[in-house]
Design a protein around this ligand. Structure first.
Ligand code: NAI
Ligand code: 15L
Length: 267
């Protein structure tokens, strides 16, 4: 395998469970971490370490001895700012600072389409489009991308930030016909992100070869990402759902319903 030891954060999550299986061919040892319990290691090629990303010392221990980090841990939906702060904002700082201290040179950051969620679905954007975060969650991913950019410019630690669309077994609604990213295409993107030389800080949109996509990956052409799957095979099933009104956020914005979440109250 190309790597000796890879670290995956968020390993107990939806994508983490998929990646636990799918990353093994890339690495002799896969270190899995989450704040939540995970299945125990099934052999010496798996390491399981519980860690709260908000705990700096714990993250520093976690990162010791790894060749690259796949940072998928944190709050993955819109929540009050105070719930996002520790896992996502302090968490991403701890990951990069630990990478610097331990000489890790490559990070794959699970960013999100919610960094650009307030762009209109009538507009196609590339990686240089202004960010339009659609909530505290999207803001935390935008901050993570800035952290990646800073740690490259200052310390030469390279990152591929994947602005993941909707990565599930299949698209769950009409919006996801555009944003869906199959697990196979996600794995290809991670593999390209880990092995392409000289990525600096590259931002790439994570979507499959869907019929309608709002994202132009020409700025990440050096990754050679060629999605193989398409949401088209699920069209009949998705279109059996009731139609979405034209003024519904799910029909207006890249970020869909996330653009209409909150407010969360005044306390
Ligand atoms: P998920 O919510 O299923 O998994 C996230 C994991 O992070 C959970 O297992 C959770 O326990 C862990 N976590 C939360 N707070 C933590 C903390 N303080 N310390 C350590 N671990 C903590 O989300 P999913 O769908 O697996 O997504 C994985 C990553 O990809 C997330 O960063 C998410 O923001 C990102 N992403 C996922 C998309 C998708 O379509 N699945 C779309 C865009 C981004
Ligand atoms: C995300 O960032 C979330 O983590 C995921 O649960 C989905 O909601 C996805 O975006 C999406 O936009 O569909």
């Amino acid at each position: 395998p190309p790597f000796h030891r890879l670290l995956l954060t968020g390993a107990a999550g939806g994508l983490g469970k998929v990646l636990r299986e799918r990353l093994q061919p890339l690495t002799e040892i896969l270190r899995l971490s989450d704040i939540a319990e995970m299945a125990p290691a099934e052999g010496p090629h798996i390491e399981v370490q519980i860690c709260d990303l908000a705990d700096k010392q714990a993250v520093h221990q976690l990162v010791e001895g790894v060749d690259a980090i796949l940072h998928f841990g944190g709050v993955s939906v819109e929540r009050p700012f105070e719930e996002i702060l520790g896992p996502n904002i302090s968490g991403v700082f701890h990951i990069y600072e630990a990478a610097r201290r331990h000489g890790v040179k490559r990070v794959i950051f699970a960013s999100s389409n919610h960094v650009i969620g307030f762009h209109k679905q009538t507009d196609t954007i590339d990686a240089n489009a202004p960010r339009r975060p659609d909530g505290y969650y999207g803001l935390s991913k935008s901050y993570g991308e800035d952290m990646a950019s800073f740690y490259f410019d200052r310390y030469g630690i390279e990152t591929v930030s994947i602005r993941i669309g909707s990565s599930f077994t299949e698209p769950l609604n009409r919006r996801m016909m555009s944003t869906w990213l199959s697990y196979d295409d996600l794995v290809q993107l991670i593999e390209r992100g880990l092995t392409t030389p000289d990525v600096g800080h590259t931002v790439v949109y994570g979507a499959s070869a869907n019929k309608t996509v709002w994202w132009d990956n020409s700025k990440a052409a050096h990754l050679g990402f060629e999605p193989k799957d398409t949401s088209e095979v699920f069209r009949d099933k998705v279109e059996a759902q009731p139609p979405v009104p034209a003024d519904d956020p799910n029909a207006l914005y890249h970020g869909g319903a996330f653009t209409a979440a909150g407010p969360f109250g005044d306390d």
